[in-house]
Write a protein that binds this ligand. Structure first.
Ligand code: CDP
Ligand code: CDP
Length: 224
C-alpha cells in the first residue's frame, strides 16, 4: 500500500473501536489516534478542579491552560495531561460517567476538533471517536461506523473489568452505556451519527480479528 489514507472509525461506547483501530493501525503501519482520550483527559482535569461539568463557561475556561498530548506507542497511546501521565486514570468510572457532559460543550468541541484535524493532516492515521467521519475528517478516504448490541457491549466491558481485576454488574454497565450513547447522540454540536458514506460494521457476532480484517479489506480497496 503506497498511499497513506485516513481511516475514520465512529460508533457508540464499547463497540470495539479502539481495540480494532489499534490493530488495523499496527498492521498498516499507521498511527492510531483515540480522540475519546482527549475528552476524558479534560473531564479528569475538571473533576480534579471541582468544576460543575454541566457549566460550559467553567469547563471551557480550563482550555487555554491545558495541554493534552497523545503519544503513540507500541501498545496504543499514552495520554499526557499538562505533563502528567493520565492514561489509566481517565478510564475510571467518575471520568466515564462525566465525559458526555464535557464533550457536549461547543467550545470544547471546537478546540478538540481543531487539534484532531492537525493530527490527521498528514494521513496514515486510524482515528476513532464519535464525530471523526462527520466533523473532524469529513473527507476521510475510509469511514466506518462500528456498532454492536448494547448487551454485547456491556458483556465485553464486564469481561474487560474482570481481566483488570475488578467485578462489575453487566446490567448496570448496559444502563450506563445506553445513557452515554443517548447523551452523545442527542447533543446539539456534532452528535454521534453515522455519516452517509460510512460503512456500517456490526461487530456483535464478529471477533476482533474478523472486524480488523474487514477494515483492512476496505482500506485495500481505497488505496489499490
Ligand atoms: O471507549 P469508549 O467508547 O467508552 O469512549 P471514548 O471513545 O473514550 O469516548 C468517551 C466520550 O468522549 C464519549 O462518550 C463522548 O462523549 C466523547 N467523545 C466525543 O464526543 N467525540 C469524540 N470524537 C470522541 C469521544
Ligand atoms: O473503543 P470502544 O469503546 O468502542 O471499544 P473497545 O474498548 O475497543 O472494546 C471494548 C471491549 O470489547 C474490549 O475489551 C475488546 O477487547 C472487546 N471486543 C470484543 O470482545 N470483540 C470485538 N469484536 C470487539 C471488541
Amino acid at each position: 500500500m503506497d498511499m497513506k489514507i485516513r481511516i475514520a472509525i465512529d460508533g457508540p461506547a464499547a463497540a470495539g473501536k479502539s481495540t480494532i483501530a489499534k490493530l488495523v493501525a499496527g498492521r498498516l503501519g499507521y498511527t492510531y489516534i483515540d480522540t475519546g482520550a482527549m475528552y476524558r483527559a479534560l473531564t479528569y482535569k475538571a473533576l480534579q478542579a471541582g468544576i460543575d461539568l454541566e457549566k460550559a463557561g467553567e469547563v471551557e475556561a480550563l482550555l487555554p491552560g491545558t495541554q493534552i498530548i497523545l503519544e503513540p506507542g507500541a501498545d496504543g497511546q499514552t495520554v499526557l495531561l499538562d505533563g502528567e501521565d493520565v492514561t489509566a486514570v481517565i478510564r475510571t468510572a467518575p471520568v466515564t460517567n462525566g465525559v458526555s457532559a464535557v464533550s457536549a460543550h461547543a467550545g470544547v468541541r471546537a478546540y478538540m476538533v481543531a487539534e484532531q484535524r492537525r493530527m490527521a493532516r498528514e494521513g496514515g492515521v486510524v482515528m476513532d471517536g464519535r464525530d471523526i467521519g462527520t466533523a473532524v475528517i469529513p473527507d476521510a478516504e475510509l469511514k466506518v461506523f462500528m456498532t454492536a448490541s448494547v448487551e454485547e457491549r456491556a458483556r465485553r466491558r464486564h469481561l474487560e473489568n474482570l481481566a483488570r481485576g475488578f467485578d462489575s454488574d453487566p446490567e448496570q454497565l448496559a444502563r450506563e452505556i445506553a445513557l452515554r450513547d443517548k447523551k452523545d447522540s442527542e447533543r446539539k454540536v456534532s452528535p454521534l451519527i453515522r455519516a452517509e458514506d460510512a460503512v456500517l460494521l456490526d461487530t456483535t457476532d464478529m471477533s476482533i480479528e474478523e472486524a480488523a480484517d474487514a477494515i483492512i479489506g476496505l482500506a485495500g480497496k481505497k488505496v489499490g
